[in-house]
Design a protein around this ligand. Sequence first.
Ligand code: AR6
Length: 172
Amino acid sequence: MTQLTAVRGDITQLDVDAIVNAANESLLGGSGVDGAIHRAAGPELLAACRAIGGCPTGAARITPGFALPARFVIHTVGPVWRGGKHQEPALLASCYRESLALAHDHALRSIAFPAISTGNYGFPLALATRIAVDTVASSLAPDDPLQRVTFCCFSDHDLAVYERELAQRAAS
Ligand code: AR6
């Protein structure tokens, strides 16, 4: 059974098979977690992303992790929050599903997600957390080769929201 956990920390430091990047459609870097990942991975990551040539919202692409402890970076593009009636929840769920599909394709055993779209893109945290946890839990098979999914939170507040969501799911 895959273990779902939330931790507080810097995702660039995590020793997992893949970390997920909350990128933008250009895949050419930005601020927030995207900037942190590019800084920690080194310039080869930007070259690899440039070669991919972009990624639509809700989709995901994979590159090596270069100087990161993680072997891979899965770049996904979350939706910009525009009030909630522009398919934002469905697009966010798609980010998690598509990232997990790439993890399966590469036979990965551990993956860490940041709180996609909840920073610069303004997605409300509580709703984003519910979508993240529900989508991951419902995408995993009982005998899934993925052993560990980590939700990497950047603040104590975010961590508390994730822990509450995970506890509710465990109790239901
Ligand atoms: N480790 C873990 N989480 C982090 C880190 C880190 N090192 N740094 C920030 N976060 P954001 P978005 C958290 O804005 O909302 C970029 O410019 C952050 O506190 O990084 O999807 C891209 O290029 C928040 O909880 O991503 C896009 O243009 C979460 O990561 C745009 O921002 C997501 O915040 C994407 O916006």
